[in-house]
Design a protein. Structure first.
Length: 128
């Protein structure tokens, strides 16, 4: 059975939460030194059908230890949840679960493979 596609409401609320978190990370008002010094990008927020749980996909600009960042975000989750609840009007403040977004890393790996000498050689032979 394939999972059901998200509703328009899930997509809209997820996008509102993404914007709220991005604004918080841009300001950088955190006591935690790991978060205060980090440049975090929120790439996507997926909302559960009841809008009580949000999975937040993040990446660290400029690279770095994503595991340490995820640990710090988990510690700050109650604070972030309260801030999001103040900005995004929902019946319940959503639980926030942070995950690393690996799409950028995968795209870079594929790009490197496509530009590798071996693949370029194979492409040159294919054109003949």
């Amino acid at each position: 059975m394939t999972p059901k596609a998200p509703s328009q409401r899930q997509l809209r609320v997820g996008e509102e939460v993404r914007h709220a978190l991005a604004a918080l990370f841009e300001r950088g008002d955190f006591r935690d030194p790991e978060l205060a010094s980090a440049r975090i990008t929120v790439t996507e927020v997926r909302a559960s059908p009841d809008l009580r749980h949000m999975t937040v996909f993040v990446t660290r600009l400029g690279g770095g230890d994503i595991a340490a960042l995820l640990t710090a975000l988990k510690r700050a989750s109650p604070f972030l949840r309260a801030r999001v609840a103040a900005v995004v009007r929902l019946k319940f403040a959503p639980d926030l679960v942070f995950r690393a977004d690996t799409a950028i890393d995968q795209a870079a790996r594929i790009d490197a493979l496509l530009h590798s000498p071996t693949v370029a050689r194979d492409l040159d032979h294919h054109d003949e």
